[in-house]
Design a protein around this ligand. Structure first.
Ligand code: CU
Length: 338
């Protein structure tokens, strides 16, 4: 694996500036990708409730529980550079699935799902699906449940409206996977799927927010870079983040960026087809070894495994493949094909 990194990863990252000096990253146009003229997906809060949403009309079989359960909590995370950084994250509770430690909330488009949120942070949180109106404010120390209409088929970001621009970098992120009713019935056009949530963080913002202060929003120089809340080599040992697959597999990558860096995700060994960007179908692009992933956007890409081997994929930015400048770390993940 070290050999793979040395031959491949290092070779194609920009080695022009290998020191740990911070760089300015502009949030330029990062948030312009999602602007869907749809109705609000979150209903007004009903206040705390303790029962499941009752389905009145549908007779479809229930493949998942009709509720999503998460917690907004303080998490301390240690990195390979020796630092330990506070994050305020959504964590999965109950039967809620995860990729790495990121909650993955799966539902059927148009269904009403109850979102239960336990807030153990010292300030209110307000869950928000990127592109939609925010839900209700959930007071510190309380648990609330409210109804959410599952957005149209695709891959969506759940974040928080209270922290604004800092919510993603601070860790308040989850991924919603919405399937169409028909997709449940027919054979899908992929064999496996993976959720990959990229987040970049400026630890000064984390420290300020964790101390109850307002971060300097005018200066954002991210120095920690996670995939599914993990950094390499932690990404490589996580079964939900390493793309374990077999020759011939067609794999749907649900790539999400809840940071502010404008990524170009580069694949070694394979090409991918961009299927949908912000849940809008794409065509005529053809296979690429590098695909764009701006901040606060999602992309579904189809990866066809046409050769066995182990290959990294990562943002084409040296900074993003480090933990505070220490290479190799950050947002490097592996495809392992047998
Ligand atoms: Cu590379």
């Amino acid at each position: 694996m070290d050999q793979i990194q040395d031959q491949n990863t290092k070779a194609c990252t920009d080695a022009g500036s290998s020191d740990a000096s911070r760089r300015r990253f502009l949030k330029l146009a990062a948030a312009t990708g999602v602007a869907l003229p749809l109705t609000t997906s979150m209903a007004t809060a009903k206040g705390p409730v303790g029962v499941k949403t009752t389905r009145t009309k549908s007779t479809r079989p229930q493949l998942r529980p009709p509720f999503w359960e998460i917690e907004a909590a303080r998490v301390m995370q240690s990195f390979t550079d020796g630092s330990t950084i506070p994050f305020h994250r959504y964590r999965a509770l109950g039967s809620t699935a995860v990729a790495g430690t990121v909650p993955v909330l799966t539902g059927t488009a148009g269904d009403v799902v109850q979102l239960r949120v336990r807030n153990t942070l010292p300030y209110p949180v307000r869950p928000k699906i990127v592109g939609f109106n925010p839900g209700p404010s959930i007071a510190p120390g309380s648990t609330s449940a409210f109804d959410v209409v599952v957005p149209p088929e695709g891959t969506w970001l759940l974040t928080d409206d209270t922290l604004g621009d800092a919510a993603g970098p601070m860790g308040l992120g989850a991924v919603i996977v919405s399937r169409s009713q028909s997709a449940l019935r027919k054979v899908s056009n992929y064999d496996r799927e993976f959720v990959l949530l990229y987040v970049d963080s400026d630890d000064r913002w984390n420290a300020a927010i964790d101390n109850g202060q307002v971060p300097n929003y005018a200066l954002y120089e991210p120095n920690y870079h996670t995939v599914n809340n993990l950094t390499y080599p932690g990404t490589a040992s996580d079964p939900g983040t390493t793309i374990n697959c077999q020759l011939g597999d067609r794999i749907l990558l649900r790539m999400c960026n809840l940071g502010w860096m404008r990524h170009s995700i580069h694949f070694h060994g394979y090409h991918v087809d961009m299927e949908r960007i912000n849940n809008q179908p794409q065509s005529i692009y053809g296979p690429k070894d590098t695909v764009p992933l701006p901040g606060h956007t999602t992309m579904e890409a189809l990866l066809t495994i046409d050769q066995p081997g182990a290959f990294p994929f990562h943002p084409h930015s040296l900074t993003a493949t480090t933990d505070n400048g220490l290479y190799a770390g950050g947002q490097i993940s592996l495809i392992v094909a047998t």
